[in-house]
Design a protein around this ligand. Structure first.
Ligand SMILES: Cc1cc2nc3c(=O)[nH]c(=O)nc-3n(C[C@H](O)[C@H](O)[C@H](O)COP(=O)(O)OP(=O)(O)OC[C@H]3O[C@@H](n4cnc5c(N)ncnc54)[C@H](O)[C@@H]3O)c2cc1C
Length: 372
């Protein structure tokens, strides 16, 4: 059996490319090493809840083409991300906006809030910025830093802010409006029925084999296809011969609770240093507490997220695009460019953090170049 394309990985990049290729009459085989499709956007139905197994995913984009493309395969609900921060039991609105400033200082008008922040910046009197703590205080003052940035950032990076480089926080957006729409994108929402259903619809009519690792069966797959679109890790493809690219990982502790409402919001960030997790996701609120038929869901699932060090073999989540790793990636990219008839795409193939809309845009762009 000869295929035009072997797509390695049934994540979003692989599924979008496979769809485009199949639509122009190409014979496509998708293989996936996990036991399910959808890659990291996989959602599993548990007690009527779409459970985001590899971390909460909220779709948002300003790209009309991407939005129109995806809407051919699924409808989105109108979920808007409005996370809150819990600092030792005090609750603040995020991202930093007038609700946050009102709770922090009792200020009511934008002018009062601006004055307060300016006063705080001035009294910190930082002229020479040498670390992340100084950078954050010089941008938003000491109160916001202490209550909403310090502990959270330390937990995320596993090091005190005084030992982190200032460039991690280039800007800290503050809004002097009562607007807590986090992404503020033109199009946003959650696929109705879950992300797995979206990928299932994209892959309709395309041959998919699960539980198959391409790298373990490379020779046998290479001889049944003309071209390969590879969305796995680029360093793994080359057997780590230049070294392993590094990631930061996240560990999830999931609980199914026999109560209808745990925290009243999809995302609550824990910004104090004593709570060991960075945030809790309550999955049912991505669909307003209702199942696909519109029924109230009686139970709930929560995920506590712990930022963690990554070791080879762990789930790679966030690429660490520092100088060392970017250089290493460049080395692998050179090797990849020498390969004929194999293309590297997606977050692992390009060693880059992509939001979902960027992955779709990149797969569509690649498909246009490749298939036309
Ligand atoms: C914790 C977290 C939260 C996120 N939240 C958001 C969000 O809220 N909004 C947003 O827009 N984006 C979010 N993202 C980004 C989003 O997850 C990615 O944009 C998207 O999953 C990338 O899709 P992909 O196809 O490139 O990669 P993947 O989903 O990783 O797909 C690659 C697939 O290839 C398979 N594979 C790898 N190697 C092999 C092999 N050798 N053989 C066979 N199969 C193989 C893998 O098992 C995987 O299924 C988040 C990312 C993380 C880490």
């Amino acid at each position: 059996m000869k295929y035009d394309y072997l797509v390695v990985g049934a994540g979003l990049f692989g599924a979008v490319f496979a769809r485009r290729a199949a639509d122009v009459g190409k014979k496509v085989l998708v293989i996936e090493k996990r036991s399910h499709i959808a890659g990291n956007i996989y959602t599993e139905k548990i007690e009527g809840i779409d459970f985001h197994k590899y971390g909460a995913h909220i779709f948002h984009t300003n790209n009309e083409l991407v939005w129109e493309f995806l809407n051919k395969y699924i409808k989105f609900n109108c979920f808007i991300n409005s996370p809150v921060a819990n600092y030792n039991g005090e609750v603040f609105s995020l991202p930093f906006n007038m609700y946050t400033f009102n709770k922090m200082w009792g200020v009511v008008t934008p002018q009062e809030a601006m004055r307060k922040i300016e006063e705080q910046k001035a009294s910190a009197n930082i002229s020479n910025i040498t670390n992340l703590e100084e950078q954050a205080i010089s941008l938003v003052g000491v109160d916001i830093y202490e209550k909403l940035i310090k502990g959270y950032t330390q937990k995320q990076w596993g090091r005190p802010c005084t030992e982190l480089p200032s460039f991690i926080i280039k800007r800290l957006p503050v809004r002097f409006t009562f607007d807590n729409n986090y992404f503020n994108a033109v199009y946003q929402g959650i696929p109705i029925g879950g992300y797995t259903k979206l990928v299932e619809n994209l892959l309709q009519g395309i041959e998919v084999k699960l539980n198959v690792d391409y790298l373990e069966n490379k020779e046998s797959f290479d001889c049944i296809t003309d071209k390969i679109v590879y969305t796995g890790s680029i360093d793994a493809f080359f057997n780590y011969k230049l070294g392993a690219l590094e990631y930061r990982s996240v560990r999830f502790e999931n609980e199914l609770l026999d109560i209808p409402n745990f925290q009243g919001n999809a995302a609550v960030n824990y910004t104090d240093i004593n709570t060991p997790y960075t945030r809790i996701i309550e999955h049912k609120w991505f669909t307003f507490g209702k199942d696909e038929c519109g029924n109230e869901i009686p139970k709930t699932i929560i995920s506590k997220e712990y930022s963690s060090e990554w070791h080879l073999g762990d789930e790679p989540y966030y690429p660490i695009n520092d100088e060392k790793n970017n250089m290493l990636y460049k080395g692998y990219k050179k090797l990849a460019d020498k390969e004929t008839n194999i293309y590297f795409g997606g977050r692992l193939g390009e060693y880059k953090y992509f939001d979902m809309d960027q992955v779709v845009a990149s797969a569509l762009q690649f498909a246009d170049l490749e298939l036309n």
